[in-house]
Design a protein around this ligand. Structure first.
Ligand SMILES: [Mg+2]
Length: 213
């Protein structure tokens, strides 16, 4: 019987627009101010430097790396805090976690850096539901939720994959990868296009799915 429920964060519990605000607006704006450049010009440059590093590199995810790289004398916390009003929890989340928390161990499994997780959990108040929080990039230096990422989690919690149910909005990293090692998983497709036993269109459908298993 599964006793642990694992949730992805961005796109699953929290609207992902916050991270875009930080990377595509906040950081370029700081750089524009430092260099006295128009915002659009600064953004083009900043994004071109992101692209050179690419999402396959651990630095891509590391806000402190980028503040150093652009020589911005700015604390990561205050940068993220500036856009905290852009953090929105999907409406069904609080109610669901509140109902599940006494029956399951709830964990958060994200590939966001720990800085983003910390601010998002604090701003939303969701942190109180999770007994463990795992960041692929900060805790395991992995850029994606690979098979090894899920194995590390099983080891850290001393459980078999069969004891975990994972839910997330990325078809490969939140569904195909976990099921490949025996973790039961559901793919959250908020667009409503995908169909199937393993698909959720909203987290409201999760409880019914778990109970009917
Ligand atoms: Mg996600």
């Amino acid at each position: 019987m599964p006793k642990i429920i694992s949730f992805d964060m961005d796109g699953t519990l929290v609207d992902p627009s916050f991270t875009d605000w930080v990377w595509m607006y906040g950081l370029p704006k700081l750089y524009a101010e430092k260099e006295g450049l128009p915002f659009e010009k600064a953004k083009l440059y900043v994004v071109s430097e992101y692209e050179k590093v690419g999402e396959g590199a651990i630095e891509w995810y590391d806000i402190q790396y980028w503040l150093r790289f652009f020589q911005l004398d700015h604390d990561w916390r205050s940068l993220l805090q500036t856009y905290v009003d852009k953090i929105h929890v999907y409406e069904e989340v609080d109610h669901l976690l509140d109902r599940l928390k006494d029956r399951y161990i709830l964990i958060l499994t994200s590939n966001a850096g720990k800085e983003f997780i910390e601010i998002e959990m604090k701003a939303t108040g969701l942190g109180k539901y999770f007994q463990h929080v795992f960041s692929a990039t900060s805790d395991f230096r992995m850029v994606k939720k690979t098979v090894d990422f899920y194995r590390h989690i099983c080891e850290a919690l001393c459980v078999n994959p069969q004891e975990i149910i994972h839910i997330g909005d990325h078809y490969e990293f939140d569904y195909l990868v976990p099921i490949s090692i025996g973790i039961q998983a559901f793919f959250l497709d908020r667009s409503g296009k995908e169909k199937g036993e393993y698909v959720l269109h909203s987290l409201k459908e999760l409880e019914r799915k778990i109970i009917s298993e």
